[in-house]
Design a protein around this ligand. Structure first.
Ligand SMILES: Cc1ncc(C[n+]2csc(CCOP(=O)(O)OP(=O)(O)O)c2C)c(N)n1
Ligand SMILES: [Mg+2]
Length: 203
């Protein structure tokens, strides 16, 4: 574990950001986590300081757990950059484009392998992202070339306002319950909407 952060620290951070957002002090979207703190703390037990962490638009917990100082993260979010947080020093990168970080993560893993590195890439993807062709291709490439990468599928059941299982007419998602050596799947129930913190904020 890189930090000594607790579940309560994670919850407190998102609550503070939610309050600031609802007070209309952040003039850009925020995507908050809730309900996945235990899963995150468990996953980060295996993540090392020299590993790379690739995320989506929803990445506050990863930034904190990878060692980005709380105030530094807050400053970036307040500046409107929550949707694509990047901290090269802590080796955490995000993309606001659905599937955007997957090929980048795979490429970093390829570079580590080619240069004989011993570190690894951790790539986080939402449930809808995990059902895309891009995800399938990146996982296939990483598996077949034995790249040092691990994917984490974070299932909140939705893609913005759309039910992922209904979209694909698939009651069980592809990586749900699958024992794939390069994939960790977990389910969580958030109390926040896809973006924002529950109150309409005009940018
Ligand atoms: C290429 C692209 N298409 C559409 C969007 C709009 N969009 C942003 S997040 C999102 C939902 C993705 O759902 P999921 O992968 O389950 O992640 P979650 O937000 O639920 O964590 C969509 C469609 C986008 N950012 N990029
Ligand atoms: Mg989702």
């Amino acid at each position: 574990m890189i930090t000594k952060l607790t579940k309560q620290d994670l919850l407190d951070f998102e609550t503070e950001i939610a309050d600031i957002f609802n007070a209309a002090k952040i003039r850009a979207p925020v995507h908050l986590y809730y309900g996945n703190e235990d899963a995150m703390l468990e996953i980060f037990k295996d993540i090392r300081e020299d590993d790379w962490v690739l995320c989506s638009w929803r990445s506050h917990y990863q930034c904190l757990l990878k060692g980005v100082p709380r105030e530094e993260l807050k400053t970036e979010i307040l500046a409107g950059r929550s949707i694509s947080l990047c901290f090269p020093k802590q080796r955490v990168f995000s993309s606001a484009i659905v599937t955007g970080s997957l090929p980048i993560a795979t490429g970093i893993a390829l570079a580590i392998k080619r240069t004989g590195g011993t570190n690894k890439v951790w790539c986080f993807a939402g449930d809808m992202t995990s059902e895309t062709g891009q995800f399938y291709e990146c996982l296939k490439y990483a598996t077949n070339f034995d790249l040092p990468i691990h994917f984490i599928v974070e299932d909140n059941g939705k893609s913005v306002c759309t039910d992922t299982r209904e979209t694909w007419n698939q009651p069980v998602l592809t990586y749900e319950g699958m024992k794939h050596p390069r994939v960790t799947y977990y389910k969580y129930q958030t109390k926040y909407p896809h973006a924002g913190a529950g109150q309409r904020v005009q940018f």
